[in-house]
Ligand binder design. Structure first.
Ligand SMILES: [Zn+2]
Length: 173
């Protein structure tokens, strides 16, 4: 490093990248990345700590650090929201929340019954709900009477949750 600062220890690097799934922590970006940014500049804190580090892609890192067009308050909020998401939701649930933000209201999401256990907290929290059995029975999605796929959709509450994440608002009041 040009300013003589120590590099980020490998274990810490990995934890920070894992926290964001090796993707940019900005919900509307989510580009794959292995780059890490300091929330408070290193020059100020002179330390590497988990709470002050966040995975950002090279573009967003430049927008934050150099061009200053992403406010620090937003980055702090994204970091805090990652902790909420990781503490509560599975990898599949987080991917659904990322993808779902771009879905039109009422979009059906097929889920194989074998992975239903991985979405149970989204359902328990009322963010995702199964499409009414009757509606998809009459569309002929039951092949030979053996149901292997269920259809889900985000609830109004789920859509609000995704909007709060995107807008860097607290996910939990
Ligand atoms: Zn990015």
């Amino acid at each position: 490093m040009p300013d003589g600062r120590p590099s980020i220890p490998a274990v810490l690097r990995r934890s920070v990248l894992e926290e964001a799934g090796y993707s940019c922590a900005i919900p509307t970006c989510r580009a794959m990345t292995t780059e890490i940014a300091h929330i408070e500049p290193y020059a100020k804190v002179r330390d590497h700590t988990f709470d002050n580090l966040i995975a950002l892609c090279p573009n967003c890192h430049t927008r934050y650090d150099v061009r200053k067009d992403i406010p620090k308050a937003s980055i702090v909020a994204y970091k805090r929201n990652l902790a909420v998401l990781n503490g509560r939701y599975s990898d599949l649930e987080r991917r659904l929340l990322e993808e779902g933000a771009g879905y039109p209201p009422g979009q059906w999401i097929p889920i194989h019954i074998g992975v239903r256990i991985l979405i149970r907290n989204l359902i328990a929290d009322g963010l995702l709900t199964e499409v009414d059995d009757f509606i998809y029975k009459i569309t002929g999605n039951d092949l030979g009477g053996i149901k292997t796929t269920e259809f889900y959709q985000f609830t109004e509450k789920g859509r609000e949750f995704m909007e709060r994440w995107r807008d860097a608002e607290p996910l939990i009041d």
